[in-house]
Design a protein around this ligand. Structure first.
Ligand SMILES: [Zn+2]
Length: 460
């Protein structure tokens, strides 16, 4: 492909691109608020128009049970790899509004940042990818095949995506996914996330009497459900921070020495972690570093506990019920449904017979780990290195991006996470922003990524 001409074209359009991005940021496409239904449609229309104008084929706004998916493709490179670009055009609500220094849907530029809801998560990212391809197409220099899946429900948990993918498996077939909903470590320090933890969320409730009782008249004669909940929670870890659900670690993929060495290249110190958290000391599973604990090892967190009297002063109640919300962060190759069975087995083995208990599942999402050695990953590494002048370091992310695991499960392809948000962009919070110099570097990185894919021989 004609790399130099493509990049020169892109650089010449800087101001036009900024004003186009601002157009997208003015549309309050908040998926969760019904009063923005029209804005969701406007945003989908805006994207579809962009995609058609830049020369993609088969651009379509495809209905789902919630907000539509915007699809488009460019399949004119026979024999070359097909990349499915994933993104979302919905944004988080903007409140608290009074904490914004300027209105969230009136983009403002200050110190080379553009401030607006969705600037970083993720209209900026998807815009950068589209502009890279637009420049390549204008130079007649797109070396690979592309498909786009831009959903409108990500910030509400992608409730429509699984059905959409299942119904359009053929259409979405690809060699790899480019997931742009991500970022790098710092403006001069690129990084690539290659693993994500899954999330399984539960709630359990313990009942003893069938109504609240006087703790004087009845205390000491029956189980107290709060005590039972506390005992159950206490038994979920041993003294070394290991999770005690039966069989919990059986499927955990171990780290080899090479991967551990790579993870140590991250610019990280335990002192930073203490400063980030404000905790007086770190604590976690023995035998692992902090980054390994959050990236490569599973964790069990109690997210809430309830029961009994919470008001001011004293009330002598022996409550009828108590409960807890529990989330498991899972790593490959743990299966969320298996983890649910393990939690149930733990409760069966450990809940005392003098109570009733009930376990409810809120969500089950798998984790994912991508090959660091695949030609696609190597293409991303090379692209970042070329543009930022420095080899990216590999990182495992403790949080979950459910769509990556979902796509792996449904389409059996890896995702390459390549996006240009920064950790201090304030996504989901007030004054969300995107660094424009980083975003323009990102456009160039996307072009280098395409160019590097040109050399890949498709396997089969
Ligand atoms: Zn996002």
């Amino acid at each position: 492909m004609n790399l130099d001409a493509t990049i020169a074209r892109l650089r010449s359009k800087h101001d036009r691109y900024v004003s186009e991005l601002a157009e997208a940021l003015r549309i309050p496409s908040i998926a969760t608020l019904p009063e923005h239904a029209q804005d969701m449609q406007r945003m989908a229309d805006w994207l579809a128009r962009q995609m058609a104008t830049m020369g993609l084929d088969n651009v379509a706004i495809m209905p789902t049970s919630r907000n539509p998916v915007v699809y488009g493709d460019w399949l004119r490179a026979p024999g070359k790899p097909t990349v499915l670009v994933y993104g979302h055009y919905d944004v988080q609500p903007a409140d608290p509004l009074d904490e914004w220094h300027s209105p969230p849907f009136e983009p403002r530029i200050e110190d080379e940042y553009i401030y607006a809801r969705g600037a970083s998560d993720m209209k900026g990212q998807i815009f950068a990818q589209l502009k890279a391809v637009e420049a390549a197409l204008a130079e007649d220099a797109c070396p690979i095949n592309l498909k786009y899946l831009i959903e409108g429900d990500e910030e509400i948990g992608s409730p429509s995506l699984e059905d959409f993918i299942l119904a359009n498996r053929e259409l979405l077939q690809c060699d790899v996914v480019l997931n742009c909903d991500t970022g790098i470590h710092a403006p001069h320090r690129p990084s690539i996330t290659y693993a994500l933890r899954g999330l399984a969320y539960f709630e359990f409730e313990v009942t003893v009497p069938d109504h609240d009782l006087h703790s004087g008249s009845f205390g000491g004669s029956i189980r107290n459900p709060i005590h039972v909940v506390c005992d159950l929670i206490a038994g979920m870890h041993d003294g070394n921070g290991r999770i005690m659900l039966p069989g919990f670690y059986d499927a955990v993929r171990p780290l080899d020495d090479e991967e551990r060495a790579q993870l140590r290249e991250a610019p990280y110190s335990d002192a930073d972690w203490l400063a980030l958290t404000g905790a007086p000391a770190l604590y976690g599973e023995a035998g692992f570093t902090t980054l390994e604990r959050v990236g490569a090892r599973p964790s069990l967190s109690v997210n809430g506990v309830w029961g009994g009297f919470q008001g001011e002063g004293a009330k002598t109640v022996l409550p009828a019920r108590a409960g807890a919300k529990i989330s498991l962060r899972l790593v490959p190759d743990q299966k969320p449904a298996e983890a649910a069975r393990q939690l149930r087995a733990y409760l069966e083995q450990n809940a005392p017979p003098e109570c009733h208990w009930e376990l409810r599942t809120h969500s089950l999402g798998p984790g994912a780990v991508m090959s660091r050695k695949s030609p696609y990953m190597q293409a991303a590494v090379k692209a970042l290195e070329t543009v930022f002048g420095r080899k990216p370091f590999f990182r495992r992310e403790g949080a979950s991006v459910p769509v990556v695991g979902m796509i792996k499960e449904l389409l059996d392809v890896d995702s390459i996470m390549l996006g240009f948000a920064l950790p201090d962009d304030g996504i989901h919070g007030p004054n969300e922003r995107q660094s424009l110099p980083v975003l323009f570097k990102g456009m160039e990185a996307y072009i280098h990524f395409l160019a590097a894919l040109d050399t890949i021989e498709r396997a089969g």
